[in-house]
Each structure stands twice: as C-alpha cells, then as structure tokens.
Design a protein around this ligand. Sequence first.
Ligand code: GLU
Length: 432
Amino acid sequence: MLRFAPSPTGDMHIGNLRVALFNYIMSKKRDEPLLIRIEDTDKERNIVGKEDEILAILSLFKIEYQEHQLQSNHLRFHRAMALQLLHDKKAFNCFCTPETLEEKREASKANKIAYRYDGTCEHLPPEAVIDNPLPFTVRIKKPTGSIVVHDIIKGDSTFASDDIDSFILMRADKYPTYNFACAVDDMLSDVSLIIRGEDHLSNTPKQIAIQKALGYDRTIEYAHLPIILGAEGKKMSKRDDASSVKWLLEEGFLPEAITNYLILMGNKTPHEIFTLEEALKWFDLQTISKSPAYFDLDKLKFINREHLKGLDPKELSRYVGFADEEIGRLAKLFLEEVSTLKELREKIKPIFSPKNVPEEHKEGIELLRTLIQNAPHFDDYTSFKNHLLSHSGLKGKALFKPLRLLLSGSEHGPELSDLYNYLKNYLHEVIQ
Ligand code: GLU
C-alpha cells in the first residue's frame, strides 16, 4: 500500500501535488493500492471544503486511488495503541504543565543548548500516576540507540536518541500528535513505501521509534522529495501564486502540462515533453535529484504550449469556450504568441466581440462590413479576397489593415488566409 496524506488546512501546494503524483506512479509501477488519508486531526486548522477540493484536484490530474480514509476516524486505534505503550512501559504519563515546559525551553535557549525533555515524569511512582487528577500528556520513552533512516533519494541519515527525545504521542486533550497518528495509521494500513516532502525527514525517526515500540517489524521504505524553490532560490511559500495548484489552473495551465513539469523538475527524464501514461513506463525515484528543485514559470509555459499544440482541436475548442473543432484549429494559430488558455481566450474573445475601430480605418471597415454581409459564401480565401478587391475599390494596406481588424479585432496576428479558413463559417458573427 502507498499513501498520500494531505491535511485539509489550505490550498493544495504544487509540492503536495508532486507528492501525490509520485505516490500514484509508484503505486501503479509496484501494482499496489493507493490510499488517500486525509489528516484531519488538527481540528483548529481544518478548513471546511478543503477535503473535497483535494479530491477534485486528484481527479482532475487523473490520480486514481483505491482507498480513502479520514484520520479522525482512527481515534480509537490511536488511543488503544497509546494505552498499549503505557502498559508495556514504552511510554509514560507526563504531568508537566505547558508553563513549566516553556520555562525550561527558555532556559535552554538562554544557555544556548538544544532543549530536551528532562525526564521529570518518566520515573514517577505508580501512586503519583494513578491518583493524579492533573491533566497529562503521553510521551514515548526516547529510543535506546540512534535510528538510521534509509531514504531512496537522500541516502542514509542517522538521528541520535537524544535528538529524537521523549516526545509527545497524545496531547492533554487525548488527541494524538501528527507523528503518533501518522505512524500508527501507516502501520495499520501496511504501508510499504512512504513518499513525502523532505520537511518531514526529521519526523521519520520519531515515527520509526513509535512503530518499533509497538513491536512492528516491517521495514517501510522512504523517499523524501527535495523542496521546491522559487525563481529567487527561496522556498515557495503559500503566498507565491504559482505555488498554488488552483492559481495555475485559473491561469490556464493544463493539468497534463503541470503533471509533465512536476515530473520533469529536478529529475532526469528521457524526454522533456511527455504524458503521465508515458512517465509510468520509465519513472524511477532513483533519478530524482537530492538537491532542491527550482520552479521556473517560463519553463512551465513552454511545456504548456507544447501540450496545447498537441491537444485535439475539439478539446481545445471547449477549453476556449466553443464546441466547434474549427475554433480549436483557429486557437492553435495563436500558439506562436501565447502559452496559456487564459491568454488564448484573450485572443479569441475580440474576434467574436464588436470591433473597436480606429478612426483612420472606420470608413474602410464600414465598406468591407457591408460588402461581406451581402457577399456569397466563398470557400477559399483567394476568391473571398478577389471579391473584396474588385468590389471595394480598396487595395494593399488600405484593404488588408481594415480587413484584419474586422476579422480578428487586432492589427497583428496569424496570416489572414489562415484566419479566414477557420472563420469562414462564422463571418457574420465576426464582422459585428
Ligand atoms: N499531513 C502531512 C502533510 O500534509 C502528511 C505528511 C506525510 O505524508 O506523512 O504534510
């Protein structure tokens, strides 16, 4: 089983989407099911509607999964496992108040030493625990030795027992911490490979410590993906527009192009432009670079344009708001100039809108408009042009400038003969 475990606490970040894609690809390659586990245990940070948004994005990106769970439904397992650890003396109740802990943390800071839990409650006599009415947390006893994390991308990292520390498993409100819920759920779902962002690498030894303490002996494989940096080399935060999947979609990037780019960045791939289907054949976690990936919006634009070029004209037509294949072909003419659907729509819209006529061409445009309204249908551009030439008395620039404005709403653009070819069945709507 592989899993993608998003928290429903904000807009989906491209880093999360990349994690989801890689999990999907590896689940396909290993022929193992994929689980979507919504990590909703942090009640204050959950946002209503985000779960549906995540699932809608997964479906748009064709990320299929076989299981879907809400972590909050597993509370009884988290509590049962905490009790088992207490019973086995692998964990202990901690009555230290948040204030006391904070003071000790401050003192460590003042002395410039890393704060570690000092073991105050680890060896309390049973009577001090059983009859104690004070609120308590449950802490794991820190592991006896260091823990080595083997990572497919990052290699081995060793974490000393003191750095793992006697950390909290259950909070005073009797809800699990992220590390505890995650470690228990991965174990119960028999997860074989965990792919997630490298910001979680420091959590991994804690999760391994929990599973070891529970007697779980399956070795889970790990792949922590390097972070994605923005153009200026800083971590892409939620405030960077381009880091939001929703923003990229609104800007008119195709899901296929975003997928292509997220697989390409910081990776060695046999081609630059490919589909998810193709990537399934050669994708390999081993070729992912250890160093951060740089997000380059211009590169994504280039990739988007290539995918737009390859799109079926009928589908492209729908994307720009029409149902006719010819408009899809027309749209492709503009792909020399633009690279997103939003920009493409901005090119197509003026063609079908009332034209803004500059004073110098007003007369010519009026003349051509009347002429075209009364002309028969011409299947080819040459006959159409000859008809206008012989009936308008205009020639050269005096004919072609107003004609271009009338047909496209713009002074520049694709060849008139190409425009005519795709617009000839819409002439009466176009020349408004
Ligand atoms: N809920 C965590 C996140 O969204 C999951 C991390 C993990 O995959 O374990 O970052």
